[in-house]
Design a protein around this ligand. Structure first.
Ligand SMILES: NC(=O)c1ccc[n+]([C@@H]2O[C@H](COP(=O)([O-])OP(=O)(O)OC[C@H]3O[C@@H](n4cnc5c(N)ncnc54)[C@H](OP(=O)(O)O)[C@@H]3O)[C@@H](O)[C@H]2O)c1
Length: 264
């Protein structure tokens, strides 16, 4: 990996500049995605569409598309990673890797009866995971410099707490969804319990909170752009799911909102 990166960039300044540009480009992509998603649903699961290519088995799709989010960082951490011994950098890398160990190596194999994923959707997620895996972990392991005592700064403490709460809400909500189906079932039921009592997109609210916390703790264009992109994609999905539930279930809880409890 070291020799590959040396061939790609003539200096550390050049790579650092490229990483910053990647962060700004992801923000631009999030803005474009926002406008696209005003007219389209994110095309997988119950909103899958054949116009995005042939269907891939859901477990295979999730494993393959999320794999680079873990594999690229692991390769980068094996290189001469100058900053990994710094506590803030190590903790932020641990947050990122903890999420993706679960998402890549555990989540796909727990899915019950999920819809096949269109290959186009799977390919886009794969590209995103390569891009974001490199941007987050190369920045944190090689370039990010935090002031002394950053781990006791209110931004880091609040961000880390949000990351943890968001991750737990995400895991719990995905668990609730899974238990709605017995092995072999593929239909839908009204989710009950946990944060689903307040919003239709409880798993999405958890993940949005998680990466917002990561952005606050990391305070960089790289973590912020990831958080904004996640917000755009998952807010759209929460709204689409909420509308879908209201149309499908006459007894859908009236007080339940799409994404923000009591508000939206
Ligand atoms: N960071 C990001 O940008 C990002 C992007 C996308 C997803 N994610 C995360 O990945 C995870 C999965 O996302 P997703 O979009 O697939 O979530 P989802 O649409 O809520 O579906 C999750 C799983 O639960 C099943 N399910 C959902 N609602 C159900 C119901 N009412 N009754 C029975 N089964 C139900 C789905 O089956 P079907 O497939 O049959 O619908 C699917 O297997 C979430 O934790 C999400 O936060 C993150």
């Amino acid at each position: 990996m070291d020799s590959f990166l040396a061939a790609m960039f003539s200096s550390e300044q050049q790579e650092r500049y490229c990483l910053d540009c990647m962060g700004y480009f992801l923000m631009f992509t999030a803005a474009c995605t926002f406008f696209t998603l005003l007219f389209e649903n994110v095309p997988y699961g119950r909103h899958a569409s054949s116009k995005y290519g042939f269907p891939v088995h859901v477990k295979l799709a999730w494993f393959v598309q999320e794999l680079p989010a873990l594999a690229v960082p692991l390769c980068l951490l094996r290189t001469s990673a100058a900053k990994t011994a710094q506590l803030p950098n190590a903790l932020l890398i641990a947050m990122y890797c903890t999420h993706y160990v679960q998402r890549c190596l555990i989540y796909p194999f727990l899915i019950r009866g999920g819809k096949a994923t269109p290959v186009g959707s799977c390919a886009l997620a794969f590209v995103f995971c390569v891009y974001n895996g490199y941007m987050q972990i190369r920045y944190l392991s090689h370039y990010a410099e935090y002031p002394t005592g950053w781990v006791t700064h209110p931004c880091f403490i609040t961000g880390s707490a949000l990351w943890l709460v968001g991750w737990l809400v995400n895991l719990h909500s995905d668990h609730i969804l899974r238990t709605l189906r017995k092995p072999g079932e593929t239909g839908y039921q009204i989710p009950r319990g946990g944060v689903f009592e307040y919003v239709s997109g409880a798993n999405f609210l958890g993940e949005i909170t998680e990466w917002a916390g990561f952005a606050l703790a990391g305070c960089s264009v790289h973590s912020t752009s990831f958080s904004i992109f996640t917000l755009v994609v998952l807010a759209s999905r929460a709204v689409a799911h909420h509308r879908w539930y209201i149309n499908k279930f006459e007894d859908y809880p009236k007080s339940r909102k799409a994404l923000i409890p009591f508000v939206f």
